[in-house]
Design a protein around this ligand. Sequence first.
Ligand SMILES: [Zn+2]
Length: 185
Amino acid sequence: MVLHPTLVLDLRYLPVAVFSHKKAFLLELLNRCEVLEHYTTIYLHSPSKSYPAPLVIRIPVLSKHWQTISPTRRAVFTRDNFRCAYCGRVLKDNEITIDHVIPKSRGGQWRWENLVTCCISCNQKKGGRTPQEAGMKLLFKPKKPSGFEISLNRWKKRINREFSEILKLYLPSFNRVRLIEENFW
Ligand SMILES: [Zn+2]
C-alpha cells in the first residue's frame, strides 16, 4: 500500500510530525487524535466501506515534549541533505561520515551544533583540527533541527498536492515552508 503523509499538530496547533495516513487513521479509530482535515482524493477501504484518509490530525502532546531527538548519524545526514559540509558534494554510503567540528580530542561533543556530514577525504584532510586551523570553511552553521523538520524531511518524496497546500496553511508562515525547502531539502 502506498503511504501518504498526514500532518500532525500538537495541542496548540503547531506542527510536530508527519505520520503515514494509515497510522493517523488507526489513531482516529482508537480515538487518540482529533481529525481536523481529510483528504478529498485518498481513501482507506474496508470490505464494506471507504473512509477518507486523515490529512491533518491533532494529538494531545505539546511540541516541546516531542522534540527531544538526540542526533543519530542518520539524523545528521538527513539534516545536512547527505552533503559534505566542507566540499558540498552529495555523498554515497561508502564515502559518508560524521565530523566533529570541534574535535573530540579537544572536548567537542556529540551534539547537533558540533556535528556535520562529511566526506571521508575532507574528514582526513581536517584531521584532529578545528576548521579554522585546517583552513577549511563550513558551508553552513550546524544547528538542531526541530522534530517536525526531521519528520517532514523523511516524507519529502511523497508530498502530494493536498498535503503541500495544507502545509502552507498550518505552518506559521509560507516563508517557513520556503526556508525548509531551501535549507533543509
Ligand atoms: Zn568533502
